[in-house]
Design a protein around this ligand. Sequence first.
Ligand SMILES: C[S@@+](CC[C@H](N)C(=O)[O-])C[C@H]1O[C@@H](n2cnc3c(N)ncnc32)[C@H](O)[C@@H]1O
Length: 229
Amino acid sequence: MQPVPTSQKLIPTWYVDPADEQHMAEGHAPIWRHIVALMPEGDLSTRTVLDFGCNQGGFLRQLHALRPFSRALGVDIAEQSVQRAEALKGALPVQHTTDVGLAGWTDHFDLAFSHEVIYLIEDIQAHARTLFDVLRPGGVYYAITGCHTDNPQWPRWRQIVAERTHTDVQDRSVSDYAQAFERAGFAVTARLFEYPGFVPYAPDGWSPDFYQALAYYTRSKVMFRLVKR
Ligand SMILES: C[S@@+](CC[C@H](N)C(=O)[O-])C[C@H]1O[C@@H](n2cnc3c(N)ncnc32)[C@H](O)[C@@H]1O
């Protein structure tokens, strides 16, 4: 199956205020560790990895520290964030680019990840086809999001994203995602994220109601495990 060529519009940073990119990375670090803990794939030393929507590259740095991989590519439409990811990567075997169309990467990756990205992608079916194309047969795509219409906080959150970021939001349910990935050819499974850590009380943040913040990380956030058959 061929990926759809994209001429994706680039943005400077995802958040309108670039300082928020660093705050996001700090907030996401424990979440990234939980993603790694949930993956059954242990030894990644011979594996190639894609992070779709990598922002400043923190997930791949974290993944390499926990489970060193052979090589990785991080892609994002945010130009300054990708430049920052390149500046921060040190000697890691990682490359970052804004070329999110992924032309030329067919059958390349053993593992792909996107954390809180799929709700920003306008054409989810094209995205599903592209990710299917760039994975090797048997390869796995972990797509993680709590930003969907089944999340009771979504009406508030979609407004925050629209106001504070350079991207549009898409209103899709968990089933909408499952359907799009299945249509692309993936064997679709998923689980609730069930983050086991303590959640900081941050009433000025995305969830002024603390119970909703706790429920989000255990119940609303979903991790898809999509296998290229
Ligand atoms: C909520 S942030 C998550 C960043 C990172 N994955 C993390 O865990 O911190 C969403 C990211 O997706 C990127 N993004 C949005 N639309 C995209 C698209 N169509 N293709 C690639 N990246 C995209 C944004 O620029 C932003 O960096």
